[in-house]
Design a protein around this ligand. Structure first.
Ligand SMILES: Nc1ncnc2c1ncn2[C@@H]1O[C@H](COP(=O)(O)OP(=O)(O)OP(=O)(O)O)[C@@H](O)[C@H]1O
Length: 494
C-alpha cells in the first residue's frame, strides 16, 4: 500500500465556505479503487475504473487559514503512481451563494511509501485481513466495488470467522455486517461442488434481495480477469421451504428474532437440516437485548457449538455516533402539519417517514390506512419532493420491490413506510428519519434510526426526529435510557 499525503491550499482570496472538488487525471497505474481517509477535512470519494479520472470532494475546515485541509490518499495494490494533472476546482458550498467564480486551490502531493507510513496509524485494509482466506478474484471485485478499508466489525470479526468458530456478531446498524459474513462465505465456497454451501436467513424479502445483490456483486467476474479456473458461484434469492429441504448442507444464518412465528421456524431450521457440529453458524444483528441469555440458549439448544464467540463491537454506543436525535411535542391532530413544517424546515435530500401499523379496529371500520392518508397529504402539500413513495406490508411483494428499485435510481426521495422498511434496508443516501408514530420498542427505534448514517467512513450528521404527544415523552425517555442516547427537544411554537 502506498500512502499519498496531500495539502489543499487556497490560491488567493479569503472567501468562506467553499468546498473543493479535486480531480486527479491520468493516473498511470492499475488501481482498483481509492479511498480518501480524512484527517481534518470532510471528504468523499468515488471508486473509479483504471481509465477514468478520480474525483473526490474536500471541504475546507477553517476557511480563514491558508491551509484549508490536509488529507491522505491510500492506494492499495499499486506500483509507483504518476499523476500528470491535478486540478482543484471549488464547488459551491450550501452555506454561501457567491456572486462570481470563487478562487481556485493549489494541490501539492508528496507520496509516502509503506516504510515511511506509520503502519500502526494506517487503517487496516480488507485485503490485508482477508489475504490467504478469500480468493483473489473476490478481493479484486471487492476493491472494484469500493470496499477497501475494513470497518470495526470487519476488523474484529473476520479473523474469528476465518478460524471457523461459530459467532454471535453484535454491531451497530450500518456497520458492515453483511460484507463480513459474505467474505467468510466466499472464503469457503467450493465452486466445483454444485450444492448449496451457504444459507443466509433474513427477516424480510426486501433484505433478502439486497443481500443477494451484494453477494452477486462480489461473485461477478472482475473487469480485467479471465476466470478460466474459477467457476462463478451462483447466488439464489428467496428459497422456499421445499427447495431448502433438498439441500442438506448450510453454513450461515443472519436473522432477528422478530415474531414468535419466525422464532419457531428458525428453531426448526437450526435443528432439522444439519447439526451444529457440521456447519459454521453466525448470528448477526444490531440488537440482541439479552445477549448473555441468547448465548446461553445458543449452546443449550445446540444452535451453535460450545465455543461460540460473542463479538460485540462498541457495546457502550448501540447507535452510530453521527446520529442526532430530537423530538417535537404536538397534539395528535396536529401531527401532519408538524411533519410538513419539519420537512420545510429541514429540506431533507432523502428521508424515510415511519408510520405505525393500522389497528385491527380501524381496519374493520373501513378507514384508509394512516400511511395512505399521509402519502396523500404530502403529495398535496409538500411540493419540494416529486418522488414520494410508499413501502408497507399490505402492498404485494412486486410493488414493494418496484418501489425500492425506483428509490435506488432517484437522487432524492421521501419514503412513507411502516416498520417493514426498518430492518436492514440499505439506502445510504438517507439523511433524515421521521418517526411520525413512536416505535413500539427501543429495538424498533434503533432499527428505524439505523436506516440513516450508513456510510461507514463519513462523519456527516444525520437526524432522527420523533413527533410525539406529551403523554408519550416518558416512553421516549425510556428508549433514551435503554439505548444510551440524548434526545433534544425542538420547540416549533406552531
Ligand atoms: N468496508 C467498507 N467500506 C465501505 N463501505 C462499506 C464497507 N462495509 C460496508 N459498507 C457499506 O456500508 C453500508 C452498511 O453496510 P451493511 O448493510 O452491511 O450494514 P449492517 O451492519 O448489515 O446494517 P444493519 O444492521 O442495519 O443491517 C452499506 O452501504 C455497505 O455498502
Amino acid at each position: 500500500m502506498v500512502l499519498i499525503k496531500f495539502d489543499l491550499t487556497r490560491a488567493k482570496g479569503k472567501r468562506r465556505g467553499f468546498a473543493y472538488r479535486v480531480r486527479l487525471r491520468r493516473i498511470h497505474f492499475p488501481f482498483r479503487s481509492l479511498l480518501l481517509s480524512e484527517e481534518r477535512a470532510s471528504c468523499s470519494t468515488m471508486a473509479a475504473s483504471p481509465t477514468t479520472p478520480l474525483a473526490f470532494l474536500c471541504a475546507p475546515v477553517s476557511p480563514a487559514t491558508k491551509l484549508v485541509s490536509s488529507s491522505s490518499l491510500f492506494l492499495p495494490r499499486n506500483p509507483e503512481p504518476k499523476f500528470s494533472t491535478v486540478i482543484a476546482r471549488p464547488i459551491q458550498s450550501p452555506l454561501s451563494t457567491p456572486s462570481h467564480e470563487p478562487p481556485r486551490a493549489l494541490v501539492s502531493f508528496s507520496p509516502v511509501t509503506d516504510e515511511e507510513a506509520d503502519p500502526e496509524s494506517a487503517p487496516p485494509t480488507l485485503r490485508r485481513i482477508c489475504s490467504g482466506h478469500v480468493p483473489e478474484h473476490i478481493l479484486r471485485r471487492m476493491e472494484e466495488v469500493g470496499y477497501v478499508l475494513a470497518t470495526d466489525v470487519q476488523r474484529e470479526a473476520l479473523p474469528a470467522l476465518f478460524s471457523g468458530r461459530d459467532c454471535v456478531l453484535h454491531a451497530q446498524t450500518g456497520s458492515g455486517k453483511t460484507l463480513t459474513y459474505l467474505l467468510r462465505i466466499f472464503s469457503v465456497m467450493n465452486t466445483q461442488r454444485s450444492s448449496v454451501q451457504a444459507l443466509i436467513v433474513v427477516p424480510t424479502r426486501e433484505l433478502g434481495i439486497q443481500v443477494a445483490k451484494v453477494a452477486r456483486l462480489l461473485a461477478a467476474k472482475p473487469m480485467d480477469l479471465e476466470m478460466k479456473q474459477n467457476k462463478p458461484c451462483t447466488v439464489m434469492a428467496l428459497l422456499d421451504g421445499g427447495t431448502l429441504k433438498r439441500h442438506k448442507s448450510w453454513l450461515k444464518v443472519d436473522f432477528m428474532f422478530n415474531s414468535s412465528k419466525q422464532v419457531s421456524s428458525l428453531r426448526k431450521l437450526l435443528m432439522s437440516y444439519s447439526s451444529c457440529n457440521s456447519r459454521q453458524t453466525v448470528f448477526a444483528s444490531a440488537s440482541i437485548p439479552q445477549h448473555k441469555r441468547f448465548l446461553h440458549d445458543c449452546i443449550q439448544q445446540k444452535w451453535t457449538k460450545t465455543d461460540v464467540v460473542h463479538i460485540h463491537v462498541n457495546p457502550i454506543e448501540p447507535m452510530p455516533s453521527c446520529l442526532n436525535h430530537r423530538f417535537v411535542t404536538c397534539h395528535r391532530h396536529r401531527r401532519h402539519q408538524t411533519l410538513l413544517y419539519l420537512l420545510q424546515w429541514d429540506r431533507p435530500d432523502s428521508a424515510i417517514i415511519f408510520v405505525g401499523e393500522q389497528s385491527e379496529k380501524s381496519k374493520k371500520a373501513g378507514n384508509a390506512p394512516p400511511t395512505t392518508l399521509l402519502l396523500e397529504f404530502l403529495k398535496n402539500s409538500y411540493g419540494s419532493c416529486s418522488n414520494i413513495l410508499l413501502l408497507e406490508e399490505d402492498m404485494n411483494f412486486n410493488a414493494r420491490a418496484a418501489s425500492l428499485s425506483e428509490v435506488r435510481q432517484k437522487e432524492g426521495y421521501l419514503i412513507v413506510a411502516t416498520d417493514i422498511a426498518a430492518r436492514g434496508i440499505d439506502l445510504p443516501e438517507t439523511t433524515h428519519i421521521y418517526n411520525f408514530d413512536l416505535p413500539r420498542s427501543a429495538v424498533d427505534y434503533l432499527h428505524r434510526a439505523g436506516r440513516t448514517g450508513r456510510k461507514p467512513f463519513s462523519n456527516k450528521n444525520c437526524i432522527v426526529t420523533s413527533i410525539i404527544a406529551s403523554e408519550e415523552r416518558f416512553v421516549l425517555k425510556r428508549y433514551e435510557n435503554e439505548l444510551m442516547f440524548d434526545c433534544e427537544e425542538l420547540d416549533l411554537s406552531l
